[in-house]
Design a protein around this ligand. Structure first.
Ligand code: ADP
Ligand code: MG
Length: 224
């Protein structure tokens, strides 16, 4: 009976996720279909239609790309990597966006950082998600501190922002699929990132003070 219950719970979860995905993808699809019909009637405003259609396509692509990580965890390719390089690379990737939004990203190495076993692309995607959330939480600009240290055979990476923060009742819902407070958010970033960290036998912890900021703490096992 126990096992049966567990299975039907799993099925219910799969159903919820499927419903969510279908819903999220149907919206941009409906919009695309509408614009195709409009273009058949009125070819004059093609350029305008194309730009809206293109942004709807980008949205579908974003959702599908984020979900692919969940769909294929067994395809993760684990390799030995230098965590310092990996974090520095991710910060460099987001530098331009950060500057545009008046956000400064500071990286502080509190200790020497170890090698870890990881799927580089997946782990980068998780770190990018945390940094992007931080940037998006500071509409008027601000600072993100990325703090790294190695302790007791764990590598700990903290992403600290001084953004809007998260109210307690929302904190409990984080990581739920499609939970977003942003107008054009997918609400998939944290769910996917948590899965990625768990696939690395790591842990993820979010703490937040409303109006003061949020800290995302990732802890990963050290290699060897
Ligand atoms: P999205 O960014 O598409 O909304 P996420 O799963 O990345 O989806 O985040 C879900 C929600 O969690 C966000 O909409 C936001 O409300 C909240 N959140 C996540 N990170 C932060 C942060 N650093 N500061 C404030 N709120 C955050
Ligand atoms: Mg996000």
């Amino acid at each position: 009976a126990q096992e049966f219950l567990q299975n039907s719970e799993k099925l219910a979860l799969v159903g919820q996720l499927a419903a969510g995905i279908a819903h999220e993808i149907r919206n941009p699809l409906t919009s695309l279909k509408g614009f195709v019909q409009l273009m058949q009637k009125d070819g004059m405003r093609k350029a305008e239609y194309f730009s809206i259609m293109s942004s709807e396509l980008v949205r579908i692509e974003l959702i599908v790309n984020e979900l692919l990580v969940l769909a294929k965890p067994h395809e993760a390719a684990f390799e030995t990597r230098d965590l310092s390089n990996l974090v520095s690379h991710v910060v460099a990737l987001l530098e331009t966006e950060a500057i545009l939004r008046k956000v400064m990203i500071q990286v502080i190495f509190e200790t020497e950082m170890p090698m870890i076993r990881c799927d580089e692309n997946h782990l980068k995607q998780a770190f990018i998600n945390f940094l992007k959330n931080g940037i998006e939480a500071m509409q008027g600009g601000g600072e993100i501190v990325v703090r790294l240290r190695c302790k007791d055979n764990r590598a700990v990476i903290r992403f600290e922002d001084n953004g809007v923060g998260i109210p307690p009742h929302q904190l409990a819902r984080l990581g739920e699929a499609f939970f977003t407070t942003k107008e054009s958010g997918t609400g998939l970033g944290l769910m996917v990132s948590r899965r990625i960290i768990e696939n690395h036998r790591g842990t993820l912890r979010l703490t937040s003070v409303l109006g003061q900021g949020t800290t995302v703490e990732v802890s990963l096992p050290v290699h060897g």
